[in-house]
Design a protein. Structure first.
Length: 137
């Protein structure tokens, strides 16, 4: 697996609102994968979680995470990022989730009731595929 920084072609894929799946670890070591929205900014990943979600609990006890981003129109092109959460912070004014939701839907996040928590992920390693062939590092 390659180490950061990521090549420009990979960053170009990551800045788009592509589907992604985030994997965290339960306390018993079982991985848990969930579809999620993200933003790629300054070589890091921003995700935002409902304050009551189990994966937030899992990240608080084990910050290791993997995020696989699939090119929206060609799932044979994808990038998997492995890293760790380096910052968790409350999002009381829903600023981060609104930025992420707007990136994906063009609208602010509709649920204004539940608390949100932002997680910044630092990438440690990555690998990718382009149309079924290993991506150049």
């Amino acid at each position: 697996m390659a180490k950061p920084p990521l090549p420009e072609k990979v960053s170009e894929l990551l800045v788009k609102p592509n589907p992604s799946v985030m994997t965290t670890m339960r306390p018993d070591g079982q991985p848990v994968s969930v579809a999620t929205w993200y933003l790629w900014e300054d070589g890091r990943v921003l995700v935002n979680l409902d304050e009551g979600r189990k994966r937030l609990e899992y990240l608080r006890s084990d910050p290791r995470v993997s995020l696989t981003v699939l090119k929206a129109d060609d799932w044979y092109t994808h990038v998997s990022l492995q890293g760790q959460v380096v910052e968790l912070k409350d999002d009381p004014d829903l600023v981060d989730i609104d930025r992420i939701a707007t990136h994906y839907t063009g609208q602010p996040y509709p649920d204004r009731v539940r608390g949100r928590v932002s997680a910044w992920i630092e990438v440690v390693t990555w690998h990718g595929w382009v149309s079924g062939r290993k991506m150049a590092t």
